[in-house]
Design a binder for this molecule. Structure first.
Ligand SMILES: Cc1cc2nc3c(=O)[nH]c(=O)nc-3n(C[C@H](O)[C@H](O)[C@H](O)COP(=O)(O)O)c2cc1C
Length: 216
């Protein structure tokens, strides 16, 4: 693998369309998951768990994807249901990272942050092992039907990510990144206003339009 700095400077996700065999298996996959657990975690609550889908399991889960999609889209044509059922077969390995709120004195927000950081560590670990990955959620991460079929508890368990993993058949060009000067404030006692990224080109960044209201 390239050195860490070069990796961080150049890393890109690789679309599921371009993730082909082989993917990590066995000991190598276990190592990637272990590296995922090497993530800061306030209170050592391990507020996450993993579900992996390999080989035939990616096909078998299709039954639940299909049923979940149909439950929310009762008029969906069979061809669309067939397509939805194949989601997990797009790459040779899918790692589900599930955020699980644990009981304890540490804030739920921080537990959720840890799960996101676990996803990113797993992404890095995949690349360190010579693979590529794509962190997705897509509709089924939010489907109550699908969550139940998988065995997730609706209120406590949330999909932090389905990380699709494989060997890159293609690489991506760099994409636009936020302009640091717009999101960074070097605070001093004279600072009047923080740079909050509010002056971005909103179309470029897909930021909320004027009049946006925060929801609970
Ligand atoms: C939590 C989370 C969920 C995402 N879900 C999706 C998704 O459902 N569909 C999609 O096309 N991209 C999704 N993305 C974006 C992809 O991961 C995208 O490839 C990535 O932002 C590219 O970033 P990179 O250039 O830094 O690798 C998601 C990203 C995150 C962090």
């Amino acid at each position: 693998m390239t050195d860490l700095l070069t990796h961080l400077q150049t890393r890109r996700s690789v679309s599921v369309k371009h993730l082909i065999e082989p993917a990590p298996t066995g000991k190598e996959l276990e190592d990637i998951l272990k590296l995922g657990t090497r993530t800061p975690d306030h209170g050592k609550m391990a507020p996450y768990y993993f579900i992996t889908f390999e080989g035939e399991a990616r096909v078998a889960i299709g039954k639940h994807l299909r049923a979940a999609y149909e439950a929310d889209n009762p008029d969906a044509p069979v061809a669309k249901l067939d397509l939805e059922a194949e989601r997990f077969t797009r790459a040779p390995l899918v790692i589900g990272v599930i955020s699980r709120i644990r009981e304890g004195k540490h804030p739920q927000w921080e537990q959720i942050l840890t799960s996101g950081a676990v996803c990113m560590n797993i992404m890095h670990a995949c690349y360190a092992h010579g693979f590529a990955a794509n962190w997705l959620t897509e509709w089924y991460a939010y489907s109550a039907h699908f969550k139940e079929a998988l065995g997730l508890e609706d209120a406590r368990d949330h999909v932090a990510g389905f990380i699709y993993v494989g060997t890159p058949a293609d690489t991506k060009d760099e994409r636009e990144r936020p302009e640091l000067s717009q999101i960074h404030t070097r605070w001093t006692a004279e600072t009047k206003a923080l740079n909050k990224g509010e002056s971005y080109n909103r179309d470029g960044y897909g930021l909320p339009r004027k009049g946006f209201q925060l929801k609970d």
